[in-house]
Design a protein around this ligand. Structure first.
Ligand SMILES: [Ca+2]
Length: 281
């Protein structure tokens, strides 16, 4: 006779604040004489990493269990609102019990952060502007298509938010026709860097302006001063002051890094360039 033949497989537990009458009903209903109290923590899920497993991730009746996969399984424990030690024990027939103590500390509540809503730039499309592309966007990252860069919508840190237009390996080159001659004080384009997604800032952005669409004058070339290995997802503005220049056509050429640089996880693979808007002020 082994202990495993006597041990309780499906342990029913209660928390310290469970009403006594409810605990008594559980004892009667389950025909048990002992009811472990799990304090300052509760189980909210189990798993084992086996993608073909059909076992439940939740046992709302409290009879938590999970098969091992490659000798391991996972338990998700949630702390309560009180600091203290969370005691956890895993048992299985034929195996030594596993016991873990987790110390939960009191924490300051995090401030509420408003969900991200895209900033709106001046909407040139509504004012009759058109963009003529000299390079083709990647169809996987088309955003709003031909008007994406003059629709007034700016992207966020998520390259898949549908507001970024992507160019793989190619430079970005396009001419905006404002439809009439305007006095402009600044040109600006924003780019995303998220090197995990092979998205890099342009190495430089050149702005040229014209009033007839034929003769273009380069008014600024803005170099990138951000390292190509800077991790995380962030947006950088490349702006050029114009000081009241007369413009109708604006040509923007943003140079793609070309290939993911040495040291990158996908070194040698095509680099992507992501732009969301051409802002004329
Ligand atoms: Ca846009």
């Amino acid at each position: 006779m082994l202990v495993q033949h006597w041990m309780t497989r499906d342990v029913v537990t209660v928390e310290a604040d469970t009403p006594f009458l409810e605990a008594r009903l559980i004892l009667k209903d389950k025909k048990i004489r002992h009811l472990p109290v799990v304090d300052r923590g509760k189980l909210i899920g189990v798993g084992n990493g086996d993608p073909s497993s059909h076992e439940s991730d939740k046992y709302l009746t409290g009879t938590w269990q999970r098969s091992l996969f490659n000798g391991k399984c996972q338990v998700i424990v949630q702390s309560t609102r009180e600091a203290g030690t969370i005691q956890f024990r895993a048992t299985s027939p034929g195996l030594k019990d596993g016991i873990a103590s987790i110390h939960a500390e009191a924490a300051e509540p995090r401030p509420y952060l408003k969900p991200f809503t895209p900033e709106t730039a001046n909407n040139l499309a509504r004012r009759g502007a058109k963009v003529q592309y000299k390079s083709a966007w990647d169809p996987r990252f088309a955003a709003a298509g031909a008007d994406a860069l003059i629709d007034g919508n700016l992207g966020g840190a998520d390259y898949q938010d549908g507001l970024w237009q992507g160019f793989e390996k190619n430079d970005f080159e396009a001419v905006v026709d404002l439809g009439r001659v305007l006095t402009a004080s600044q040109l600006r384009t924003d780019y995303l860097q998220d090197i995990e997604a092979r998205i890099f800032l342009p190495t430089s952005v050149e702005y040229a302006v014209s009033t007839d669409g034929k003769e273009f004058k380069v008014v600024a070339t803005v170099a990138n001063d951000m390292p190509a290995d800077k991790a995380g997802a962030f947006v950088k503005q490349f702006a050029a002051k114009l000081n009241g220049t007369q413009v109708r056509y604006i040509r923007v050429i943003a140079k793609n890094l070309g290939l993911c640089p040495p040291g990158h996880r996908q070194a040698g693979q095509p680099a992507r360039l992501f732009i969301d808007e051409i802002v004329v002020q």
